[in-house]
Design a protein around this ligand. Structure first.
Ligand code: MN
Length: 317
């Protein structure tokens, strides 16, 4: 599969790279890392990074500007990174590409693309990209630019929580070591990664005060529109506090309901230390990993249903 992907990259003059909406470091890192890799090894190719700019991750990479004109996409290669289902692809036009490739590590919820490389045992899409880099080095003398090394490392850091989550395998560390050979500033990267705006630090304080914990170890936090306004925080930004009380003794799983006024529903963020929670997410317009998932609730009643399902899981765990 890696060879097929490399052949496709070689064959096309223009390559559009997409990733999922509301991007995390792995999404941006794999997208922009692949982009930098291609641009370095094929300077005459046109590489376009698709999707909305994510302000909080602009220290990692920025998207291509002026992409309204996609006259050439019909004759282009489209690569979609870190995105389990087509609904989550950020940006228009991907389905018009001549050849489409999916590269992802999420549990397969939707098959799409002419070529699919899905590896659920990989910690991150960036980890997979490093495998691709090694393959390209061997077969096509690819060089890895320092900037791509930084981006791919950042994605692994993001998805493994600095190598502490259970998705960190010996292979994760081996592949991370490959990019760490390059001379980029990890201290600066970590500082940017884990620094928070003052308003977020204070917001976290209120979450720590207000979250509830049930008898069976389910943590529950409602973030109301009022709270978001008070701290001047967007729905997206509120994800920064998802792990704020994860170190509470006895906590098995936790859920955040974020009131999303714009869409008139609740954004649901689920995390776990044991009970498998992505099936609950799937029951409520979402999905994700066994220990980290997301969903949507149409109203307060549906948030209560989700709590009930989670509480049952925690009880039987
Ligand atoms: Mn990922």
């Amino acid at each position: 599969m890696k060879q097929k992907i490399i052949e496709a990259i070689e064959a096309f003059q223009t390559i559009y790279i997409y990733r999922h909406e509301k991007p995390d470091p792995d999404a941006i890192g794999s997208q922009a890392g692949l982009g930098a890799l291609i641009q370095t090894n094929y300077p005459n190719k046109k590489v376009v990074l698709m999707g909305e700019e994510e302000e909080s991750l602009s220290f990692l990479a920025q998207m291509s500007a002026n992409v309204e004109q996609q006259n050439d996409i019909e004759s282009s290669l489209v690569i979609i990174c870190d995105t389990a289902n087509t609904e989550r692809i950020d940006g228009e036009g991907w389905e018009r590409g001549k050849t489409t490739i999916k590269i992802d590590h999420h549990p397969e919820v939707e098959s799409y693309g002419d070529l699919m490389w899905v590896k659920t045992e990989a910690s991150s899409t960036c980890e997979m990209m490093i495998e691709l880099v090694l393959e390209g080095k061997k077969s096509h003398n690819w060089e890895l630019p320092k900037e791509a090394a930084r981006l791919l490392y950042a994605g692994i850091i993001g998805d493994t929580g600095r190598f502490q989550f259970s998705n960190t395998t010996p292979q994760t560390l081996r592949l991370a070591a490959e990019v760490l050979e390059y001379d980029f500033n990890t201290t600066e990267l970590f500082t940017r990664f884990y620094e928070n705006q003052e308003k977020l630090v204070r917001f976290k304080g209120s979450v720590l005060q207000e979250f509830e914990m049930t008898e069976h170890g389910l943590g529950i936090m409602y973030i109301t529109k009022k709270m978001l306004d008070e701290y001047e925080i967007t729905v997206n930004e509120s994800s920064a506090v998802i792990n704020s009380f994860s170190d509470t003794a006895g906590l098995k799983a936790w859920v955040f309901f974020v009131e999303d006024e714009e869409n008139n529903n609740y954004r649901v963020r689920l995390r776990s230390k044991g009970p498998v929670i992505n099936e609950v997410a799937a029951n409520h317009n979402g999905g994700g990993h066994p220990m980290a998932a997301g969903a949507k609730a149409q109203n307060k009643k549906e948030t209560e249903d989700i709590i009930e399902e989670l509480e049952a899981l925690c009880e039987s765990y």
